[in-house]
Every structure is written in C-alpha cells, then in structure tokens.
Design a protein around this ligand. Structure first.
Ligand code: CP
Ligand code: NVA
Length: 301
C-alpha cells in the first residue's frame, strides 16, 4: 500500500507545492462553481479535542461545497476518550473515511495517527503547529500585497503553535520573520534553526515591528494553558500590538491574528478593528485555503 500524503506541518510541502496551493486557493475563491464536486461521496472525519469555530466550519463547509461530507467526532463521545489506542483508532477510522483532520493537545497524537492511517491526515492545530492557519494567512497576504518573498513579518507575543508555523512559512516562502517574545516563551528551537537567516529575535515589540510589512500576534494563553493566564498576563504585558507598535511598521503594513482575539490584551481594539487589520479576510480564507488542501490531498492525481 502506498503511503498517503499528510499535512502535519507546512514542511510536508515543498516551496513550489505551497505556492501552487495558495494560487489554487485564490482561484477556488474567485471562480466558485457549484457543479465542481471533486469529493462527491467522500468523507472527512474531524476529531476535535479542543474547541473550534473557524476550523470546524471551514472544513465542514469545504467538504459540502465539494460534494462530500464531514463527521464531527469528539473524544468525549468516541472510544478515543476512553483510552482506545491511537494506532488502533487510526487504522479503524481510516478504513471507513477518505481523510482525517485532528485538533489535539499533543502534537504526537497527530503524528501517531498519520503513522497508522491509510488515508491523508491533516493537522487542525496541536500544541506545536497550526499549519492550516498559515495557508489562510499566506493566501490573504498574497491577495492584498502580492508575493511575500523578501518581505518582513513581525511576530509579537507567544512563541506558540502559530509562531512555529510562521517560522516554517518564512523558510518555505523566503520572508524575514522578526520575533519578539518574552524570555521563556520562544518558538521551537529546531524549527528556528532550520529557518536559518530567515528568523531573527528582537528584544521589544517595536524593534521587531520596525519596517515590517505585516504584524502578527496571537493570544497570550493558548487552549490548554488557561491556568497560566494570570502569570502570562504579567509576562506578556509589554508585548501588546497597539498604535505605537503599528507606527514602527511600514505605513501600509497589515495586521493579522488567527482569532479568537482578546481585545485589550495581545492587541488593542483600535488595531484589530482598524484600517490595517485584515483579520476577517484572513478568517474567511480558512475556507478557500483548506478547499485547495482537501483537493490536493484527496483527489486522485
Ligand atoms: N483560528 C482558528 O483556528 O480558529 P478556531 O479555533 O475557531 O478553529
Ligand atoms: N494559539 C492558539 C490558536 C487558536 C486558533 C491556541 O492554540 O489556542
């Protein structure tokens, strides 16, 4: 049996494949044809250990648009929550569906699923990566400003799953990533090493944002870190994206946030609801980018 292609991190794609997928996403968005149903009769299983609005709805709607369907599975209601081994679950579920999307606490859960699954496995967010969000973010940047190669992106805040995926994107698409994170909250060292000169650290939010074409942030406490919220509010208070930080960036710089956002914490209302913010275009592109991803992984070539 040939191994299926999975999408666990952006690095599962070559630069050329990623660029072509981003083009396809914009094409699918512009020319939506209700008669184009390449996934007719196909089923996507979606396993969510954590909450979701955008990821769930975009995958479910995307499968519907393509003539297929999606199953929402929570560990609470399946044997996964009662400790059935991941390897057994992956073999069983993949024998009945055409692709599996997982949002899990541990990244290893997704890699184990991929190891034992006979169909493509898609990472819908783990503690280490959020590659689907990066497809949407990059599509959105390209649609607003053209190619991101050679541009400067400022990441302000937590070196979390989103930040790690930005590091991979910088490497694959050839942009500079300026990171400002408090001590103790840096992104994955291996990923940063691989990205080489594409990633640089800065000691303040304004220094990272200087001359940036795009400023990005995310929540200070991710899902599963709720108990650290108070400590994180103390540690991150100098890492808010506000008017002063945006003023350090280029005058036409854009602002992105994967959402959900906490106005008054990682970003002020003035910035996220202001003219430079493209967060709702970014959110909508989850649908288009993932349709391109589903087509790439699930359609016979
Ligand atoms: N950005 C994102 O992944 O949103 P959800 O948590 O709503 O899926
Ligand atoms: N870093 C956030 C992203 C949410 C889409 C989290 O993991 O909760």
């Amino acid at each position: 049996m040939t191994k299926p292609r999975h999408f666990i991190s952006l690095l599962d794609f070559s630069s050329a494949e990623l660029r072509s997928l981003l083009n396809r996403a914009s094409e699918l968005k512009k020319f939506r044809d209700p008669d184009y149903q390449p996934l007719k009769g196909k089923v996507l299983a979606m396993i969510f250990e954590k909450s979701s609005t955008r990821t769930r709805i975009s995958f479910e709607a995307g499968m519907c648009h393509f003539g297929g369907s999606a199953l929402f599975l929570s560990p609470r209601d399946t044997q996964l929550g009662r400790g059935e081994p991941l390897a057994d679950s992956a073999r069983v579920i993949s024998s009945m569906v055409d692709a599996i999307m997982l949002r899990t606490h541990s990244h290893d859960t997704v890699t184990t699923f991929a190891e034992y699954s006979s169909v493509p496995v898609i990472n819908g967010l783990t503690d280490r990566q959020h590659p689907c969000q990066l497809l949407a973010d990059m599509q959105t940047y390209f649609e607003h400003r053209g190619d991101i190669q050679g541009k400067t992106v400022a990441w302000i805040g937590d070196g979390n799953n989103m930040c790690n995926s930005y590091v991979d994107a910088a490497y694959l698409l050839g942009f500079q990533l300026n990171i400002a994170c408090p001590d103790g909250y840096l992104p994955d060292a291996e990923a940063v090493k691989q990205a080489g000169t594409h990633v640089n650290y800065f000691s303040s939010a304004c220094a990272a944002a200087e001359n940036a074409d795009l400023v990005v942030t995310d929540v200070w406490a991710s899902m599963g870190q709720e108990e650290e919220q108070r400590q994180r509010q103390l540690d991150f208070h100098e890492y808010q994206v506000n008017r002063t930080v945006m003023a350090a960036a280029k005058p036409d710089a854009l602002f992105m946030h994967c959402l959900p956002a906490h106005r008054g914490e990682e970003v002020t209302a003035e910035v996220i609801d202001g003219k430079q913010s493209i967060v709702f275009a970014e959110a909508e592109n989850r649908l288009h980018a993932q349709k391109a991803l589903l087509e790439f992984l699930m359609c016979a070539k």
